[in-house]
Design a protein around this ligand. Structure first.
Ligand code: FES
Length: 145
């Protein structure tokens, strides 16, 4: 059912963890399955993503897509990172079963949320980037407190 690449990234996730004082952090969730993904981006002064890490509380496909998404955005400019869509992530993983497509959407949304955070902190506009609907950080903090 899952490709070898999906299984590999699920079993040996790349870039799991967090980046302290990351330039961009985005947290998104899927209300239906309850899965949560947080993406950390370390971005240099030229707008190039030096490092990407993730923390995902979710299914295997969500972990595999987070892992692949962080691999794909590393070394890209913030503008290029917008092209790392859920489709691109799925292709890089040799596909996902149809019922798991929404998991890859979480990865795309998490990247966008982290880029939005970065753009906001630096007062820049990333062309084509829309405000993420899914950034749930505040809600989560409220619930914790
Ligand atoms: Fe929800 Fe995979 S089942 S992200």
């Amino acid at each position: 059912m899952y490709s070898e690449k999906v299984m590999d990234h699920f079993k040996n996730p790349r870039n799991m963890g967090e980046i302290e004082n990351a330039e961009g952090v985005g947290t998104v969730g899927n209300a239906k399955c309850g899965d949560i993904m947080r993406m950390y981006l370390d971005i240099d002064e030229n707008g190039v993503i030096r490092e990407a890490k993730f923390k995902t509380f979710g299914c295997g496909a969500a972990i595999a897509t987070s892992s692949m998404a962080t691999e794909l955005v590393k070394g890209k400019t913030v503008q290029e990172a917008l092209l790392v869509t859920n489709k691109a992530v799925m292709e890089a993983l040799d596909g996902l079963p149809p019922v798991k497509v929404h998991c890859s959407l979480l990865a795309e949304e998490a990247i966008h949320a982290a880029l939005w955070d970065y753009a906001g902190k630096h007062g820049i506009v990333i062309e084509g980037l829309k405000e993420p609907v899914g950034d749930i950080e505040e809600i989560e903090e409220e619930a914790e407190g």
